[in-house]
Design a protein around this ligand. Structure first.
Ligand code: HXC
Ligand code: NAP
Length: 270
């Protein structure tokens, strides 16, 4: 029987990422926090980074309560020097960097006709340029990883569908998906696996609040999802854990969709 190393009895071994270090941008809230919890529960050292250091420190304390090694470091992903410094801080603290999760994002609903130049620029700068800055800063460390580096960006299939009210985020996330595919090919020889995860709507997050709750669309959305519920942060985090684990050592350049079947259509829709 094949020994995949990471998988035990249908679940991931509790220490399957032991000895590895992950940096998660936007790791102090929402989906990023769920990812930080899953990776630290799997034994990884975890650095979480975003603009709001107070929130990061609080999140780090919650993660430490379960015994994990956590570093909180402030950085705006729009600033390459700040991203470099965050990566250096993680490497200094934990001795290397094996996993980079580009999760930080900004988004808000605004019709294109009302979208200011700066609104467009801001979202593209955070989502697309921010991912570029992270990839640049992490590359030499991911290449040096003895486990095989992992770069995972959190995207959304809405980027590829046409996304009314979020043209800026759609364009930026489509750019992220394209960037990751190119890196998968360029960095394959360096042993770095590059993938995206495309979550469906995830309960209790800022994204769902802004896009569905504040617009009055949450109830209809949920009722029509094939599985009849929104996703949980944990659903996305387990998919990230899979891509980071040895079980995914032949998976690169793909989009892993974790959306409860939303991409296949909605119940009740013709
Ligand atoms: C119209 C808006 C706006 C709004 C901001 N702007 N909010 N325009 N409607 N609701 C405009 C501003 O007027 C300004 O343009 C420009 O955008 C920059 O705004 P700032 O507030 O100066 O930017 P900043 O302080 O850098 O904050 C970035 C931000 C903010 C993106 C605007 O919302 C933020 O920090 N977001 C992080 C959290 C987040 O967005 N989480 C949700 C991710 S959900 P002018 O022209 O006035 O200067 C997601 C997808 C989910 O990514 C998918 C679900 C299925
Ligand atoms: P969230 O909690 O608002 O997460 C966004 C994170 O990014 C925050 O922690 C924020 O922290 C950080 N961030 C924002 N701008 C930043 C910047 N300039 N520099 C550094 N960090 C920055 O929202 P979420 O809904 O969990 O979204 C997380 C990811 O999942 C995003 O990539 C989003 O596009 C994606 N996604 C979400 C859903 C969903 O249903 N929620 C669905 C599909 C995809 P600070 O404010 O401290 O900087």
């Amino acid at each position: 029987m094949t020994d995949l190393g990471a998988v035990q009895g249908g679940a991931f071994a509790p220490d399957c990422l032991k000895g590895r270090t992950a940096l998660i941008t936007g790791g102090g809230s929402g989906i990023g926090f769920a990812i930080a919890r899953a990776l630290s529960d799997a034994g990884a050292n975890v650095a979480i980074s975003s603009r709001n250091l107070d929130r990061l420190k609080e999140a780090a304390q919650r993660l430490r309560n379960s015994g994990a090694q956590i570093l909180a470091v402030a950085a705006d992903v729009r600033e390459p020097e700040a991203v470099n410094a965050a990566v250096s801080a993680a490497v200094e603290r934990f001795g290397g960097l094996d996993i980079l999760i580009a999760n930080a994002a900004g988004n808000f609903v605004v019709p294109f006709s009302d979208m200011s130049f700066n609104a467009w620029r801001t979202v593209v700068d955070i989502d697309l340029n921010g991912t570029f800055h992270c990839a640049k800063a992490a590359y030499p460390h991911l290449k040096a990883s003895t486990h095989g580096g992992r770069l995972i960006a959190i995207s959304t299939l809405r980027a590829l569908e046409g996304w009314p009210g979020c043209a800026h985020a759609a364009a930026a996330k489509a750019g992220v998906m394209s960037l990751i595919r190119s890196l998968a090919i360029e960095w394959g020889p360096d042993g770095i696996l590059c993938n995206t995860i495309a979550p469906g709507p995830i309960d209790g997050t800022e994204g769902v609040k802004r896009l569905y709750e504040d617009t009055g669309e949450a109830a209809v959305l949920t009722a029509n999802l094939p599985l009849g519920r929104l996703g949980r942060g944990e659903d996305v985090a387990q998919a990230v854990l899979y891509l980071c684990s040895d079980a995914a050592s032949f998976v690169t350049g793909t989009d892993l969709v974790v959306d409860g079947g939303r991409q296949r259509g909605q119940r009740g829709a013709t």
